[in-house]
Design a protein around this ligand. Structure first.
Ligand code: GLC
Ligand code: CA
Length: 546
């Protein structure tokens, strides 16, 4: 069983917006290859690629039309192999996104299934209409209306937990599970080092697909989150992946640390880590598309729960950003204190125990984008959230709230330079999505030259993460009820790392949990030391037993 991932940091690439290598305004593999030096210099140990597969892009790659190829917009399978070899030559690992809860409706399996062609007839979740043409049950889709769509060709409804163009696979069909095994083998034989598994905790639906009798925000969720045969199916896939030196990371909405240990705990674990959501709702009200003021206590209690409960039993995946959430500085930090809060947030999560993920542009402190109208946001889930909000609070407020919550903010092209298009694509070419106009102030080229930049702070932290105290150190939080500071330490073999993070722009006096007389300040985002903590200040101290 692989252990090598435990002191690693993975860089998460959402390929469409990372780097355009051939000048058509869309990111691609050629662009990634050009940036391998940058990634190595940053100090990451590997890359997780959001889907690279051919896809009609109803959900930008999360609607897969072919599991064994590369989207022509991104390049070819040959180019991918070359990239993989280059990454490996640099000692970097590569994880693919495995999207098997659903396919695209343009996948040949779905096309055959709707025509009832064997062996594909039962590859998806088809049901006849109930009386008077009613849906087979009352579930909602997470992305688009109700969870059922009528198919004229087949004369039945199919289930789609996400968009209409993302029909759910019928994982209860052994032939479908065999396909998943074969897809895993295909990429592992090619040399990839593992998978991030998209909404993997949704693959087993409750027997009989019962109506949801309660009134939650999304009806049905309880009937397929961590469903009845999830463990059995993951164990089956593990039998395949364990024949390779690889890792598996499951995306897991609604996961708690205690529940997680049933899957990622101990030697017979069926996944190596979970990407859970509990620390990503510290500024959310009931649902993630309605915002409330940020609550530090909520963030701390989620972070600490995972640190404490997994200790010695399972392994954490640490992240603050990905392609599904707005930029973290705009949420948990401050755009006014962008660099300061960016550094504080980086130290806050990167010094905890776990394998870390850094999302493209996070290391530059990219911020949310403000676009004029809802039509400018190319994302099926953003559109639906807007429609829902519009009914509740009217168009104007709905747009304002949508802008605060949309994942499109994380999908703007990476800002490489201060030149036109932020250096993402050549001048004069129109990028597929608007570059945030603040690229003149926020870009990689400037930050490489500035020793105090956020980028250089990330580099230093990623190097420091290789110290044994980060991999092995015991975690302890202090003053958890405090509303301004997040304070924790990590202890290992006579060494202690104390991390003090201020989440306010107020200057607040700081009482250390123990004497810092012989402490050495390792990292900070302000010069020197003062009695009060400065806005969004972070201090990282090292203490050694005498
Ligand atoms: C996951 C992905 C997200 C996608 C959804 C449906 O949450 O991270 O981007 O839209 O699954 O595949
Ligand atoms: Ca391109």
């Amino acid at each position: 069983m692989a252990e090598w991932f435990k002191d690693m940091t993975f860089y998460h690439i959402w390929p469409r917006s990372f780097m355009d290598g051939n000048g058509d305004g869309v990111g691609d593999l050629k662009g990634v290859r050009e940036k391998l030096d940058y990634l190595q210099d940053l100090g990451v140990d590997g890359i997780w690629f959001s889907p690279l597969y051919p896809s009609p892009n109803a959900d930008y790659g999360y609607d897969v039309a072919d599991y064994r190829d590369i989207h022509p917009e991104f390049g070819t399978l040959e180019e991918f192999k070359a990239l993989l070899d280059e990454a490996h030559a640099r000692g970097m690992k590569v994880l693919m996104d495995l999207v098997v809860n659903h396919t695209s409706d343009e996948h040949p399996w779905f096309q055959a299934s709707r025509r009832r062609e064997e062996p594909y007839t039962d590859y998806y979740i088809w049901r006849p209409a109930r009386k008077n043409g009613r849906h087979p049950n009352n579930w909602d889709s997470i992305f688009e209306g109700k969870a059922w769509e009528w198919d004229e060709v087949r004369g039945e409804y199919y289930l789609h937990l996400f968009a209409k163009k993302q029909p759910d696979l019928n994982m209860d069909n052994p032939a479908v599970r065999k396909e998943v095994e074969d897809i895993c083998r295909f990429w592992l034989d090619l040399g990839v080092d593992g998978f991030r598994e998209d909404v993997i905790t949704f693959i087993s639906k409750a027997d009989g697909l019962p109506d949801d009798r309660l009134m939650p925000a999304v009806k049905g969720l309880r009937h397929y989150s961590n469903g009845p045969r999830l463990h059995e199916y993951l164990a089956q896939f593990r039998k395949v992946t364990e024949q390779y030196d690889c890792i598996t990371v499951g995306e897991a909405p609604r996961m708690t640390p205690r529940k997680a240990l049933e899957f990622i705990g101990g030697e017979d674990r069926v996944l190596d880590m979970f990407i859970h959501f509990q620390h990503m709702t510290a500024d959310c009200f009931m649902v993630d598309y309605i915002r409330r003021p940020f609550s530090l206590r909520k963030l701390k209690s989620a972070m600490s729960a995972w640190q404490y409960e997994l200790r010695g039993k399972g392994w954490n995946a640490l992240y603050l950003e990905n392609h599904d959430h707005p930029r973290v500085i705009s949420r948990y930090g401050s755009e006014k204190y962008r660099v300061e809060s960016g550094k504080m947030l980086a130290a806050m999560y990167l010094l905890q125990q776990g394998t870390a993920f850094v999302y493209q542009g996070q290391e530059l402190g990219m911020t949310d984008l403000d676009l004029p109208s809802i039509e400018d946001y190319p994302d099926v889930s953003t559109r639906m959230n807007y429609e829902r909000l519009k009914k509740l609070v009217g168009a104007k407020r709905a747009l304002r709230w949508t802008k605060q919550a949309t994942r499109v903010s994380a999908r703007t092209p990476v800002q490489w330079t201060g030149e036109e298009n932020g250096g993402f694509c050549p001048p004069g070419v129109e990028p597929w999505l608007r570059v945030n106009p603040n690229y003149t102030e926020i870009n990689a080229a400037d930050q490489e030259r500035d020793p105090d930049s956020l980028l250089n702070f990330y580099k230093a932290l990623l190097r420091f993460r290789k110290e044994p105290v980060i991999r092995y150190g015991k975690y302890r939080e202090y003053f958890p009820a405090g509303k301004w500071f997040y304070i924790y330490d990590r202890t290992y073999k006579g060494e202690k790392i104390l991390v003090v993070c201020s989440f306010t722009e107020l200057q607040v006096a700081f009482q250390p949990p123990y004497s810092l007389k012989n402490a050495e300040k390792l990292f900070g985002n302000y010069p020197g030391l003062t009695d009060a903590m400065r806005p969004y200040e972070v201090r990282v101290y090292r203490l050694r037993d005498e």
